[in-house]
Design a protein around this ligand. Structure first.
Ligand code: NAD
Length: 715
C-alpha cells in the first residue's frame, strides 16, 4: 500500500500515479516516496493489463526536489562518501528501472518541478508541461552545494546538448514553459486541465518505451565530450570561468561540469555511476552542509517567521508611514507598495518627498523596459505612494518606519510628532543603522510599541531586514514587525539591542580590518583580491566606497561623543578620518573614495594611496589576509552571541550572508567557526591577537567553549 502515490488503472489499461505526500503542501523526494515509486514502477512493469503509466501530482506544484532535511543533516550524522554515493544510486536506479522496464511512462507536469522532481520528469519517455507561468523546470542543486544526483547531469546533456544543458546545471537557470518547449526539454505544453488527457493520448498510441540514449546508434546533440570544437570551447572556457568565479571555494560546480564531461563520453549507465560518485563526495562534505543549512533550511524557517512570538494574532499592514524620503525611505516605500501597501512618504519639503516617490518610478521604468512589468502595473504601484510633508496624513497607519538622518535629536522630534497622530495601537520602527533602539524609544510615549527595522541598501535588492528588540519592545510589536517583513517578502533576523546591533557591528570589523591593513602598508589591491578569493562579492575598500565613508565616520563620531573618555577608536579609524576630514574622499556617491571613478571608465584604486600608505617591504600571503578578514568577523559574532545580542546561530549566519555578503560556502559567521573547529579557531585568534592586537583577543567564555569542544550548532 502506497502512502504517497495514488495508483489507479483505467479501462484503457493506463495506470495513473498521483504523487501526493500526505500532510505536506509540497511533494519532495523523501525515502517513503522513493520506495513507493519503486513499488508502483514494478506494478506497471509486471501487470499485463497495464499498457503504460502517467505520473502527475496532487499538489499545485509537481515535485519540488529532494527532501533536504535528510540531505542537509548528512554531514552532521557522519554520512560518508560511500553512503552518499549509495543514496544517489538508489534513486537513480528507480528512475532507470522506470525508463527501461518495457512500459512507456509519460508525465503530466502540472506545476514547478525542480531538482529530483525535474530529474524524474527527464526519466519519463514523454513530458507534457502546464502552460502556467509558475510551472518552471530547473536543477538548482549547485546553489546549495550539490549536483543533480538522479541522472540530471546525464539525461539533460544527452537530450539538448552540452552547451544548452550546462547553464541549467551550473547556474540553476530555470526554464519556463516556453523555454522548456523551445529547448526540447518537454514534448508539449498544454493548459493544466488538458495535461492528463494529452499524456494518455500519447500512451494510447502504444509508443516504443525507449529513451533516445537507449536507442542503437544514439548520438548526443552537438557531440559528446570535448570532441567537437564547440564543446571543447564550452568545457575549457566553462572550467576557467568556474574557477575564476568560485575561487575554488565551492566544489559543486566543478563536480557538475566534471560529471557532464566524464559521464557523456561513457555509456549511459556508467555516466549515472560517475554522477553518483561526485554526489557522494559533495553530500558528505561540509560545504554542502553549510549551504543547505543556511541558504535553504534556516532561511526557509526565517521566512516562515520561526522567531515570531507565539499566541499573537497574524497582522497585515494596509497603511504604512515612512519618515524621511531619502535613499532608505524611498527604497522602503517601493518594496512596500510592491506588496500592495498604501504608503505615506513624508519629508521636510515636498520636493524631497516627491523625489522619494520618483525613485519608485525610476525602478518601474527600468522593469518595464526589461519586460518585467507593465505601464498599468506601474501606475497601480505608484498610486499607492503618497508624498507629503503633513503629519496628519499619517493618521490610520498601522506601522510607521522612521528613516530620517542618523541623528538622535531629529529622530526624537519626528517620533513625538508622529505619535501625536497615529493610532495608539500602531507600531513605530526606526531604520537606524547603529543608534540603540532602547535609547531612541525614550523619545516615545509607547516604548513597548517601538522596535528597530534595519533595512539594507539598496532596499529593493537586499533580501534581509534585521529586527531589533529594544529593552521594552513587546512581543506584540515583534510579531507585527515580523508579519510586515513577511508581507514585503524579505527575510528577517531578530537581534537584541546594542550599538550597531549585529550586522552593522560585525560589518564594521570587516572594514576596520581592511583599513588597518592599508595603514600597515599592505598593498590595497592585495586586500581587495584576497577578500574576493575568500568569497566576498567585492573587496572591503570598494564596499566602503559604496556605503560611503561618511556614514562610518559619522557613526564613530556619534559613538565617541556618547561614550566620552571611555571610547576607544578602532585600529583603522585614522584612515577613515583622513579620507573624510582631510581628503574629502567620502566614497562613490561623492565621486571619489578609496577608488577613483572616472566617467565612462572602470573604477580603479586611487593612486594617491601609494603615497599615503607606502607598501611594506614584506607583503603578507593572501591566505593571511583572508584569515584576518574572516576570523575577525567571526570572532565579533561570537562576542554578539556571548553578550546575548544574538540568541540563535541561524540569525548570525543568515544575517551575515544576506546582510553583507559573508561568503556562503562558510555557512555564515558562526558556521565558519564550527567549520574550522572551535579549538582551531581559538588557536588562530590567539596568534592573531599577538600579531595584530587585542581586537583578536578571545574571551574566557569562548575559550571555555573551545576547551569543551562545544560547537555553536548541536553536533
Ligand atoms: P538620506 O540622507 O538619504 O535620507 C534622509 C532623509 O530624511 C532626507 O530626505 C531628509 O530630507 C529626511 N529628513 C531629515 N530630517 C527630517 C525630518 N525632520 N522630517 C522628515 N524627514 C527628514 O539618509 P539614508 O541613507 O536614507 O538613511 C536614513 C536612515 O537610515 C539613517 O538613520 C541611516 O543610518 C539608516 N540606514 C542607512 C543605510 C544606508 O546604507 N544608507 C542603511 C541602513 C540604515
Amino acid at each position: 500500500m502506497s502512502n504517497t502515490i495514488q495508483y489507479t488503472v483505467d479501462t484503457d489499461g493506463i495506470a495513473t500515479l498521483i504523487i501526493d505526500l500526505p500532510g505536506k503542501s509540497m511533494n519532495v523526494l523523501c525515502a517513503e516516496l522513493i520506495a513507493d515509486l519503486s513499488e508502483c514502477v514494478d506494478k506497471v512493469a509486471t501487470d499485463k493489463n497495464v499498457i503504460g503509466a502517467v505520473l502527475t501530482s496532487g499538489k499545485a506544484a509537481f515535485v519540488a526536489g529532494a527532501d533536504l532535511t535528510e540531505l542537509g543533516t548528512a554531514y552532521d550524522r557522519g554520512v560518508d562518501q560511500v553512503q552518499g554515493y549509495e543514496w544517489s544510486r538508489q534513486l537513480s536506479a528507480v528512475f532507470r528501472t522506470m525508463e527501461t522496464c518495457g512500459k512507456p511512462f509519460a508525465v503530466a507536469i502540472n506545476g514547478l518541478a525542480l531538482g529530483g522532481g525535474f530529474e524524474l520528469c527527464l526519466a519519463c519517455h514523454y513530458r507534457v508541461l502546464s502552460d502556467h507561468p509558475r510551472a518552471v523546470l530547473g536543477l538548482p542543486e549547485v546553489s546549495i552545494g550539490l549536483i543533480p544526483g538522479a541522472g540530471g547531469t546525464q539525461r539533460l546533456p544527452r537530450l539538448i546538448g552540452v552547451e544548452k544543458a550546462l547553464p541549467v546545471i551550473l547556474q540553476g537557470k530555470k526554464l519556463n514553459p516556453e523555454k522548456a518547449l523551445e529547448l526540447g526539454v518537454v514534448h508539449e505544453v498544454a493548459p493544466a486541465d488538458e495535461l492528463l488527457q494529452r499524456a494518455k493520448d500519447w500512451l494510447i498510441k502504444k509508443p516504443e518505451p525507449v529513451a533516445p540514449w537507449d536507442t542503437k546508434g544514439f548520438r548526443m546533440p552537438g557531440g559528446a565530450g570535448a570532441n567537437t570544437p564547440k564543446n571543447a570551447q564550452t568545457f575549457m572556457v566553462g572550467t576557467a570561468l568556474l574557477a575564476a568565479n568560485t575561487q575554488h571555494n565551492y566544489p559543486a560546480p566543478i563536480a557538475a561540469i566534471s560529471a557532464v564531461y566524464e559521464g557523456c563520453i561513457t555509456p549511459f549507465d556508467t555516466g549515472l555511476d560517475i554522477e553518483s560518485q561526485y554526489f557522494g563526495q559533495l553530500v558528505s562534505g561540509v560545504t554542502a552542509r553549510n549551504m543547505m543549512r543556511s541558504l535553504f533550511m534556516n532561511k526557509g524557517a526565517a521566512d516562515k517567521l520561526v522567531r515570531r512570538p507565539e499566541g499573537i494574532e497574524k497582522s497585515t499592514v494596509t497603511k504604512l508611514g515612512i519618515l524621511g524620503a531619502g535613499m532608505m525611505g524611498a527604497g522602503i516605500a517601493y518594496v512596500s507598495a510592491r506588496a500592495g501597501i498604501q504608503v505615506v512618504l513624508l519629508d521636510t519639503d515636498i520636493e524631497a518627498s516627491e523625489r522619494g516617490k520618483a525613485y519608485s518610478e525610476g525602478l518601474l521604468n527600468k522593469a518595464i523596459k526589461r519586460g518585467y512589468s507593465t505601464q498599468e502595473k506601474a501606475e497601480v504601484l505608484l498610486d499607492l505612494i503618497h508624498p507629503t510633508t503633513d503629519y496628519d496624513d499619517l493618521e490610520g497607519c498601522e506601522l510607521v518606519i522612521e528613516a530620517v538622518f542618523e541623528s538622535r535629536e531629529i529622530k526624537a522630534v519626528v517620533t513625538a510628532k508622529t505619535e501625536a497622530v497615529i493610532p495608539a495601537s500602531a507600531i513605530f520602527a526606526s531604520n537606524t543603522s547603529t543608534l540603540p533602539i532602547t535609547g531612541l524609544a525614550q523619545a516615545s510615549k509607547r516604548p513597548e510599541s517601538f522596535i528597530g527595522l534595519h533595512f539594507f541598501s539598496p532596499v529593493d535588492k537586499m533580501p534581509l531586514v534585521e529586527l531589533i528588540v529594544g529593552e521594552k519592545s513587546s512581543d506584540q510589536a515583534i510579531a507585527r514587525g515580523l508579519d510586515y517583513i513577511r508581507q514585503i517578502r524579505k527575510t528577517p533576523i531578530v537581534v537584541n539591542d546594542s550599538p550597531g546591533f549585529y550586522t552593522s557591528r560585525v560589518f564594521g570589523t570587516l572594514t576596520n580590518e581592511a583599513m588597518t591593513m592599508l595603514a600597515e602598508g599592505v598593498n590595497p589591491a592585495l586586500i581587495e583580491n584576497a577578500a574576493k578569493m575568500a568569497g566576498f562579492p567585492v573587496g572591503p575598500l570598494a564596499v566602503m566606497d559604496e556605503v560611503t565613508l561618511d556614514l562610518g565616520y559619522k557613526i564613530t563620531m556619534q559613538a565617541a561623543e556618547d561614550q566620552g573618555d571611555d571610547y576607544t577608536f578602532a585600529s583603522g579609524f585614522a584612515v577613515l578620518r583622513k579620507f573624510v576630514e582631510d581628503l574629502d574622499r567620502k566614497g562613490k556617491r561623492f565621486g571619489k573614495g578609496f577608488y577613483d571613478y572616472p566617467e565612462g571608465e572602470k573604477k580603479h584604486l586611487w593612486p594617491g594611496l601609494a603615497e599615503l600608505y607606502p607598501l611594506s617591504e614584506q607583503q603578507p600571503l593572501a591566505q593571511e589576509i583572508m584569515d584576518r578578514l574572516l576570523y575577525r568577523q567571526a570572532l565579533e559574532t561570537a562576542r554578539c552571541f556571548e553578550e546575548g545580542v544574538l540568541d540563535h546561530p541561524a540569525d548570525a549566519d543568515i544575517g551575515s550572508i544576506f546582510g553583507w555578503g559573508f561568503p556562503p560556502w562558510t555557512g555564515g559567521t558562526l558556521s565558519f567557526i564550527d567549520t574550522v573547529g572551535i579549538r582551531h579557531f581559538v588557536g588562530v585568534c590567539d596568534r592573531m591577537a599577538r600579531a595584530y592586537g587585542p581586537r583578536f583577543a578571545v574571551s574566557d567564555w569562548l575559550r571555555e567553549r573551545a576547551t569543551q569542544g562545544e560547537s555553536f550548532y548541536p553536533g
